[in-house]
Write a protein that binds this ligand. Structure first.
Ligand SMILES: Cc1ncc(COP(=O)(O)O)c(C=O)c1O
Length: 510
């Protein structure tokens, strides 16, 4: 922020005087309000008497602001945010694709938006039908027998899936303690297993980035009759298709284990692969990624879980059933004796079901398949355009995302992944995912994981690749610029370690 001088020649610190940088707690005045309430039409109550010990001694210190102040405050904050409605959001592994507005329109229809989950079941018929239909669509797409819509996120879907695996073995009188997980898995996978009391056996992917059946055989031999399952992300977090999944599933099944596929990246397979038919017993899908329900700091998500015949008895309750007989009648089923029980309150994030169902019906089968093809094409386009500029982590065709490392750039210029990510912000882009996936971050290399998604046009992809190329060219001419970036943003480069270790989580006057 440049300083100006007053008439007397004293410099003005413009940042301090910048009216838009004041937090809302420093705005307003005592007694100011943005709302006018009608006169109280119930008897006044002394809150100290009504609340007893729970009553506060002093007012909570909330901002007292006018409507215009609060409107400007939140509008200003929203303009500091990056969003998919502003531009390309190439955050690998997160599938930040455009959320069609028709989804929102349908989700806001009063018949859906005005529902209350505590309504009598007999008045929820339409909502139950939508849930039943969505489940049928997801079963068809994934090749599963049933799908639970309850989990509120991919990670909770994993938790539900692994709970079902545990219940399955317990039902057979077995206590298996190990789950095999390749090193290319998403970080939530080991967490879901540990939460379920399983021990994780990490499997090394090959130099081609793939998991090979021999590695699985060896791990099973080292843990006889103790492997409950394998948990495999496909496509993996390296953006690669696990070509040996079928063989691996056979190996695990022969040893009495089950196959969990992390299907959060299902957007790369939709209409092409039905995992339930490839030996997968259980898989979660992130509706907020593949099926365009909004996410990214904006929640709520939905991590639905599909299962095959082996795990069907263990599904969470309630399930939605279509009653036999004439007419389409839908009801909730709570009586499932082997169920793992509820995963959350009520029935799941219903608004997300409406959006996902709208998307599926709007796209149709051919449209969904085309979206998959475009997602893979776009990732490979970025791969081809940047292959000579950055170093490819794996010399294999990409699925929905492509991983580069900074090996070449760092060696030639000293500019590294973090600098590239920060400099991209100066070009108006959200940075890609960095220093992930872990197998790509070996020997001190930094990874840039780019997921362009299918909703971006060739012009947008070209503009992004031009910016990435310009950063590399500039780094060779003057690396100091990238080291200092970002230069054009509201905040300059922050000390991220300090921010993480000493977070300031609340505003204070001091
Ligand atoms: C491969 C994979 N698995 C699991 C998850 C966890 O999903 P969520 O963030 O909804 O909990 C993600 C998130 O993007 C993911 O990419």
């Amino acid at each position: 922020m440049s300083d100006r001088s007053t008439k007397s020649g004293t410099p003005i610190e413009t940042r301090q005087l910048l009216h838009t940088s004041r937090p809302i707690f420093e705005q307003g005045a005592p007694g100011r309000t943005g709302a006018s309430l009608p006169p109280c039409d119930v008897p006044a109550v002394d809150e100290k008497v009504a609340l007893g010990a729970l009553a506060r001694d002093a007012a909570p210190g909330l901002p007292e602001v006018s409507e215009v102040e609060v409107t400007r405050h939140f509008t200003r904050l929203s303009r500091w945010n990056y969003a998919i409605d502003i531009g390309l959001y190439p955050l690998g592994s997160c599938t930040m694709k455009y959320n069609p507005k028709v989804n929102e329109k349908v989700a806001r229809m009063p018949g859906f938006a005005g529902l209350h989950p505590a309504q009598a079941e007999s008045t929820l018929e339409g909502a139950l039908e939508l849930m039943w239909r969505l489940e049928r669509c997801l079963c068809e797409l994934g090749g599963f027998q049933r799908v639970t819509l309850q989990p509120a996120a991919g990670a909770q879907g994993e938790l539900a899936g692994v709970m079902m695996i545990r219940a399955y073995h317990a039902d057979r009188g077995q206590r298996r303690t190990k789950v095999l997980i390749p090193d290319s898995a998403h970080g939530t996978n080991p967490a879901s297993c540990t939460l379920n009391g399983f021990e994780v056996v990490s499997l090394k992917t090959g130099s081609d980035g793939l998991l090979h059946a021999d590695v699985v055989r060896e791990a099973i031999a080292a843990n006889p009759n103790d492997v409950a399952a394998i948990m495999i992300t496909n496509p993996s977090t390296l953006g690669l298709f696990e070509e040996h999944l079928g063989e691996i599933a056979d190996v695990v099944h022969e040893a009495g284990g089950l196959v969990y596929m992390d299907g959060a990246n299902f957007n790369a397979l939709l209409g092409k692969v039905r995992p339930g038919e490839a030996g997968v017993d259980v898989m979660h899908i992130n509706l907020h990624k593949t099926f365009t329900t909004p996410h990214g700091g904006g929640g709520p998500g939905s991590g639905v879980v599909g299962v095959g015949a082996r795990l069907e008895p263990f599904l969470p309750t309630p399930t939605v059933e279509k009653a036999p007989g004439p007419g389409d009648k839908y009801r909730l089923e709570y009586h499932r004796p082997k169920s793992i029980g509820r995963m959350r309150s009520w029935f799941g994030n219903f608004g997300m079901f409406v959006r996902a169902y709208t998307y599926i019906r709007e796209m149709g089968g051919p449209g969904l398949t085309q979206a998959t093809e475009m997602a893979v094409l776009n990732a490979n386009y970025v791969r081809a355009r940047l292959a000579e500029v950055y170093s490819l982590a794996y010399d294999k065709p990409s699925m929905h995302e492509v991983v580069f490392t900074d090996k070449k750039l760092k060696k030639e210029t000293g500019v590294q992944t973090l600098d590239v990510a920060k400099r991209l912000m100066d070009f108006g882009y959200h940075p890609p995912t960095i220093y992930f996936p872990l197998p790509a971050v070996t020997g001190g290399a930094g990874a840039l994981m780019i997921e362009p998604t299918e909703t971006e046009t060739p012009e947008t992809l070209d503009a992004f690749c031009d910016a990435m190329t310009a950063i590399s060219v500039e780094a060779h001419q003057d690396p100091a610029i990238a080291h200092a970036a970002p230069l054009n943003t509201a905040m300059r480069r922050l000390d991220e370690t300090h921010a993480a270790r000493h977070p300031k989580l609340r505003w204070s006057r001091d």
